[in-house]
Design a binder for this molecule. Structure first.
Ligand SMILES: Cc1ncc(C[n+]2csc(CCOP(=O)(O)OP(=O)(O)O)c2C)c(N)n1
Ligand SMILES: [Mg+2]
Length: 345
């Protein structure tokens, strides 16, 4: 049984227990990706309130889980199969910021994943990405290709049949899969205690592979656990489940009001464990960065987001026919006739 307390390397004061699994350069990369993610959340939330983005689900609070895991991958040979709240992982894996922004701003023609970038699309149907990921990992194994597949899902997704089916197949076929289960405490308004009476990481044992629970606000612990799992997958050792215990500080998405179902005290308590504050403290204490360096990093990111937003807003808006694009290479007859009815062509 995995212990009930999650594994941690970095405490909330930014003090490390042992050696850092990341080099100074990697620590700065992690800090930058996490800071971009937080700034992107803030900007997209504002743009949604202004009516310029339809819907946005922030990463706020979960940045260490997303960035620490993605940084264990080699984008040239490993794949990411996302859920819907992993923006900085997608950037790190090669989806250009401009294209990601274009996706949120509805500029679908410019939102493509460039050829060669080993990413599947974001998945809005909860849990549906898991069987795709198990199949992709199985395909890599059958074709003798190097690399591992990292799939993301939430505590809510862990209650879907797709989760069980994917884990079971992955275990039986011993595929190179790393399942990063981001337990952020909630599935919209459903707290995790109503999702399961058990321990999510421990479920892996029933599928015949290891499971570990890590402090999901500790980027170093998430990274170290992910490195181990990815190496195991690449070496033919089969799947691993990593449960990242974190907290969704923001709302579920811009349609949600979390004050309806959780207390301000609970959120205030979670904020004391903020993953970015923690990594900043560690980076400052170890001399990896200075206060001035931090300020420069934030200013550079604000500038980058501003320039990118302006470029994306100048892109043409999609026409009505875009509803029928980007899904099928050869649209089925039903869709062709719907299109003809709606657009006359
Ligand atoms: C199959 C399916 N059922 C229901 C929904 C509605 N829905 C959207 S997000 C969500 C909760 C997801 O919770 P979790 O898996 O914990 O991910 P989180 O949003 O916390 O990142 C639900 C039920 C959906 N998108 N797809
Ligand atoms: Mg959740």
């Amino acid at each position: 049984m995995p212990p009930s307390e999650p594994w941690q390397l970095l405490d909330t004061e930014g003090k490390i227990n042992g050696r850092s699994p990341m080099s100074r350069k990697q620590i700065l990369e992690a800090l930058r990706l996490m800071t971009i993610s937080r700034a992107f959340d803030e900007l997209c939330t504002k743009l949604q309130r202004l009516g310029r983005i339809g819907l946005y689900g922030p990463v706020h609070g979960q940045e260490a889980s997303v960035v620490g895991s993605a940084m264990a991958l080699n984008p040239k040979s490993d794949w990411i199969v996302p859920g819907s709240r992993e923006q900085p992982a997608l950037l790190r894996h090669g989806w250009p910021l401009e294209n990601m922004f274009a996706a949120y701003m509805g500029r679908l023609d410019q939102a493509t994943i460039p050829p060669g970038v080993k990413l599947l699309l974001r998945q809005q149907s909860i849990g549906a990405q898991l069987p795709h990921a198990a199949g992709l990992a199985w395909a890599l194994k059958l074709q003798g290709l190097p690399g591992a597949v990292m799939v993301y899902c939430g505590d809510g997704a862990s209650s879907e049949g797709d989760f069980h089916e994917a884990c079971n197949l992955a275990g039986v076929m011993q595929v190179p899969l790393v399942i990063v289960l981001i337990n952020n405490g909630y599935a919209i308004s459903t707290p995790v205690a109503k999702q399961t009476a058990g321990n999510l990481a421990a479920r892996a044992l029933g599928y015949g592979f290891p499971g570990i629970a890590v402090d999901g606000n500790d980027v170093l612990a998430v990274y170290a656990a992910s490195m181990r799992a990815v190496a195991r997958a690449r070496d033919g050792g089969g799947p691993t489940l990593i449960e990242c215990r974190t907290y969704r500080v923001g709302f579920h998405n811009t349609t949600d009001n979390p004050n309806e179902y959780r207390s301000p005290d609970e959120v205030a308590q979670a904020i004391t464990k903020d993953p970015i504050d923690r990594l900043q403290r560690y980076a400052l204490q170890t001399g990896a960065i200075t206060e001035r360096g931090l300020a420069k990093m934030s200013a550079g990111i604000a500038e980058l987001l501003d320039v990118t937003r302006k470029r994306v807003e100048a892109m043409p808006r999609p026409g009505a026919d875009s509803i029928y694009e980007h899904i099928y290479a050869d649209p089925p007859l039903r869709m062709q006739s719907q299109r003809k009815d709606a657009l006359g062509r």
